[in-house]
Design a protein around this ligand. Structure first.
Ligand code: AMP
Ligand code: MG
Length: 362
């Protein structure tokens, strides 16, 4: 944890005749300065930054403005607890999570936490407006492709058809605080929306604690809140340690969906971890999709949906979505990459040298 404090410059070195005397004075003044800094940082309101690991080893970075060191220590702990709480509800990889209990329960109804109800309602909304491109009931198809990787062969058509019959938002009902699944072999997977929801919940936690401005960043996916502008870096899909560009925007949720980090390999070919639920096949067209939206939950869902829909369908959908902006990276027929975004966003982006000249607007 680190808080940046501006203190008045001080004279650390006093000239003396003997080396020892000089050494003692320097050491003593260093200790005094250090104590002053520690003392000041305890009371001075400033920009603080801290981090922890969550969601399978992702670094979660929290920045808050106008906080004392003591306040921020509590802020960070509260955010970490909240993230842990939500992972215990949303994660398919934790056997006692609400999601895992639901997936095990098969055809039945279960009482679940209000956080899960909220995220499922949002998921239904995005499934509706993307014509089923976004679908959190995609679990059986994800499992089918993982199995295919283990067996080293593509899924057969019949297997795909049978698996698809257990996928579809119409098979999921929300009744008050109960969720009902209508097939035994259904399974929900919140991988396309949970990170965004966790980022938004982290922001809520900070706001409830009285933080007016800050940023929560989980491995490049960001929720920024409060007044003023925030510098947002866009990850380079071809080099995950580099940024493709930066832009300055007001409070925002920014989430990137891409097939460059997670994939299955079958017969030497890489297949995306994002599946088109309508055909049961991994998506191929877009390398990466970054969505800017009013919150991270919706940006996350839309980024995954656009990865499924492809550029042209996405541009059609975006005309009806006022509060969202998108950057789509696509391989063109010359084997190079195009960076597609709306003209208003293009004006704000500062692209890194390897990407200059790749911008295309719609
Ligand atoms: P993201 O990185 O947000 O695009 O999420 C990708 C993850 O979402 C995958 O690893 C799956 O867990 C899940 N997923 C895959 N395909 C879909 C889909 N069509 N709709 C919703 N979630 C999906
Ligand atoms: Mg997503």
């Amino acid at each position: 944890m680190e808080c940046t404090i501006r203190t008045a410059p001080h004279d650390a070195v006093t000239i003396t005749h003997s080396y020892m005397k000089k050494y003692i004075i320097i050491s003593a003044s260093f200790v005094i300065v250090l104590l002053i800094i520690i003392g000041l940082s305890a009371i001075q309101k400033t920009r603080c930054e801290g981090a922890f690991f969550a969601m399978g080893g992702i670094p979660v970075r929290v920045v808050a403005y106008d906080r004392t060191r003591a306040e921020f220590g509590e802020d960070l702990r509260s955010v970490e607890n909240q993230v842990e709480r939500l992972e215990n509800i949303f994660s398919r990889y934790r056997s006692d999570s609400d999601i895992s209990r639901l997936n095990r329960a098969g055809r039945s109804c279960l009482n679940v936490s209000e956080h899960l109800i909220k995220i499922l309602q949002r998921s239904k909304h995005w499934a509706d407006i993307t014509g089923g491109a976004f679908d959190v009931t995609v679990g059986p198809l994800i499992d089918m492709w993982k199995r295919a990787e283990r067996e080293g062969r593509l899924p057969v058509v019949l297997d795909n058809q049978m698996t698809k019959s257990n996928v579809g938002m119409g098979l999921l009902r929300i009744e008050g605080d109960r969720v009902c699944l209508s097939r035994d072999d259904m399974s929900l997977d919140l991988g396309g929306i949970a990170k965004g929801a966790i980022l938004d919940a982290a922001v809520d936690t900070l706001v409830e604690r009285g933080v007016h401005r800050g940023v929560v960043d989980a491995g490049g996916d960001v929720a920024a809140f409060g007044d003023g502008e925030f510098g947002i870096g866009i990850r380079d899909p071809l080099n995950k340690d580099e940024l493709m560009g930066i832009l300055k925007v007001p409070a925002v949720g920014v989430v990137t969906s891409g097939n460059y980090e997670r994939f299955v390999t079958i017969g030497g070919k890489r297949y995306s971890h994002i599946i088109d639920p309508r055909i049961g096949m991994p998506v191929e067209s877009l390398i990466s999709v970054t969505v800017f939206g009013p919150n991270a939950t919706d940006a996350d869902a839309l980024a995954t949906a656009i990865s499924v829909m492809g550029r042209e369908q996405a541009i059609g959908l975006l005309q009806s979505l006022e509060n969202f902006r998108v950057i789509m990276i696509e391989r063109n027929d010359r084997g190079k990459y195009d960076v597609w975004c709306s003209a208003d966003l293009a004006e704000l982006i500062e692209l890194a040298p390897p990407w200059k000249g790749a911008l295309r607007t719609f």
